[in-house]
Write a protein that binds this ligand. Structure first.
Ligand SMILES: NC(=O)c1ccc[n+]([C@@H]2O[C@H](COP(=O)([O-])OP(=O)(O)OC[C@H]3O[C@@H](n4cnc5c(N)ncnc54)[C@H](OP(=O)(O)O)[C@@H]3O)[C@@H](O)[C@H]2O)c1
Length: 236
């Protein structure tokens, strides 16, 4: 069963709002070491934190990070990009590529690189941060990449289970970080989100629906599409 106590944790996007909480709460739960990875690593005031350069969109950066941090037991794929506007027809090509590279290919390639090292390690786990928008396609390419990551997480869970690696997928609506600073809707406190994710991981759960909107959106997936997206009928 995964435990943060004594774990060696790697957090991607550790400088962000949710990432910094993963670092702090992993330490609070007794992690032996936390690789706080970021494109521009910062300093931390705990000697158990090892700042690590990692751009998840860069194959050479992934290779170098795995070489520098081979002892990881808990990999947290948290880094993510968003888009300034919602329309999948109107995003710039660069925004589409950046979201696909950061939200989907990055965590997939990083997990593939770590899979042989995690296999058979006591307490090994991978945590992937998806979104409620994995199941609700109103955020254009952001939704599409989070849906793709959700699917990849499900495949990784099946393929890593025989090696004793536990895989957790996380869904949440808005969280009070820089990524959602333009949003006035209710937002989850990143500390509450991370507590729920680490609690679920230590309970050996596979999926975290961190707020009511995630519960509702998942439950609504079996409804007819015109119920999920009433705007379809409005335009008919
Ligand atoms: N905030 C929300 O409402 C919300 C809701 C659901 C899911 N999420 C997901 O939660 C995760 C964390 O987001 P957040 O809310 O904490 O936002 P945030 O504060 O903006 O943090 C995002 C982090 O991702 C990092 N990042 C971006 N591109 C990267 C790359 N190529 N390589 C490595 N790191 C990269 C950023 O690093 P830099 O500092 O270098 O830019 C930043 O530290 C993301 O996957 C996001 O999609 C967020």
């Amino acid at each position: 069963m995964p435990s943060l106590h004594g774990a060696v944790v790697l957090v991607t996007g550790a400088n962000g709002g949710i990432g910094a909480q993963f670092v702090a709460q992993a330490l609070a739960r007794g992690a032996a070491k936390v690789y706080a990875s970021a494109r521009m690593p910062r300093t931390w005031d705990d000697e158990r934190v090892v700042p690590l350069a990692l751009d998840v969109t860069d194959a050479e950066s992934i290779r170098a990070a795995v070489e520098a941090a081979p002892d990881v037991t808990v990999l947290i794929n948290n880094a993510g990009a968003s888009v300034p506007t919602a329309g999948i027809l109107t995003h710039s090509d660069d925004d589409i590529r950046r979201n696909v590279e950061t939200n989907f290919l990055g965590p997939l390639f990083l997990t593939r690189a770590y899979a042989p090292l995690l296999a058979g390690r006591p307490g090994a786990a991978v945590i992937d941060i998806h979104s409620a928008l994995s199941w609700f396609a109103v955020a254009g390419i952001y939704s599409a990449t989070k849906a793709a990551l959700w699917s990849a997480t499900n495949s990784l869970r099946l393929e890593l289970a025989p090696a004793g690696v536990h895989v957790v997928g996380v869904h949440v609506g808005y969280v009070d970080t820089a990524m959602a600073e333009h949003v006035s809707d209710p937002k989850t406190d990143p500390a509450d989100l991370v507590r729920a994710v680490l609690d679920a991981t230590e309970r050996d759960e596979y999926e975290v629906l961190a707020d009511e909107i995630s519960v509702q959106v998942k439950a609504g997936l079996s409804a007819p599409l015109e119920v999920v997206y009433p705007q379809l009928r409005a335009n008919a």
